[in-house]
Write a new protein. Structure first.
Length: 183
């Protein structure tokens, strides 16, 4: 009896009552399925011509910071598309306006801390949400979206597709972004 996987073409021969014999290579005519799934799969690589990328606009005024970030990260990653693959940049472009007017629930405005380090001894800097918002109004939204993307080259590349603006104006009107409401 032959056991093994079609992709490797290396199988074991189980003889009648002789136990396992050494490895041998199967012939191509012996189309053996994989034990686990019943068939073999290849990794899918999409070409840029096989998918389209859209521009989306999210208004964060009066919306919760985390809910806006979840929607933006999902759109940028491309999880809403049927051709989604986790290892490629096939997501859409996202514009977030009114980022400084996004709200936090509870007492998070005072309790939520942002940390950064200068890489020098004693160089840890900590500030709460309100102070960070005064210093850089788009930083909390950018960090929220960045924290929901993968922490590798793909995540850094996807972050370039997110455009966050503190006010209602943005320079991307030529792309005709589609407005999306946060639920």
């Amino acid at each position: 009896m032959l056991t093994g996987c079609r992709r490797n073409r290396i199988i074991r021969w189980k003889g009648a009552g002789t136990g396992f014999r050494p490895w041998r290579v199967a012939k191509k005519s012996q189309g053996l399925p994989c034990k686990e799934s019943g068939f073999s799969m290849d990794t899918i690589f999409l070409k840029p011509s096989q998918f389209t990328r859209k521009w989306y606009l999210i208004d964060a005024e009066g919306k919760e910071l985390g809910k806006v970030a979840v929607l933006a990260a999902s759109l940028v990653r491309g999880k809403h598309k049927p051709e989604y693959v986790p290892h490629q940049e096939i997501g859409d472009y996202v514009i977030i306006i009114n980022a400084e007017k996004a709200m936090l629930t509870g007492n998070k405005a005072h309790d939520k801390m942002y940390y950064r380090h200068s890489q020098y001894i004693g160089g840890l800097r900590a500030e709460n949400y309100i102070t960070t918002l005064k210093r850089n109004p788009v930083y909390p939204m950018e960090m929220a979206v960045k924290g929901m993307l993968s922490n590798n080259r793909l995540g850094r590349r996807l972050m370039k597709n997110v455009h966050v603006y503190a006010g209602p104006n943005h320079p991307h009107m030529a792309q005709k972004p589609e407005v999306i409401e946060v639920k």
